[in-house]
Design a protein. Sequence first.
Length: 135
Amino acid sequence: MKRTNDLTIAFLGAGRMGAPMASRLISNGFNVRVWNRSVERLSGLVQLGGIVASTPAEAARGADVVITMLPDGPTVETVIDGDDGAFKTLARRRLAADEHDRHRMDRALGGKSRRGASAVRRRPGVRQRRAGHLR
């Protein structure tokens, strides 16, 4: 896939919901670094042009945006703020978004963003789906 956007996205969690989201970003020309606990789930994303990272920290290094699609709060906490967590390498003034539960990243991070990164929680609403913004 030819890159048409200079924005680099770290996508953490490529399961049933995360893989299609990351796929869409790659297909739309974004530079996407993907990480998943089960590496075998990443093969389809690699075929599209995704770049595999061995740790969340590696995925976030130099990324403009970090998106998580993870199953629960403890996993988010480990992936974001653990020993090899994304916030270890995420540059200041970058964006971290949890795409599953609007309050989960705040709970996992104790209500504080780390290293000057903005924490965003967004869960698509019915109006967005009906308006055709989500496919």
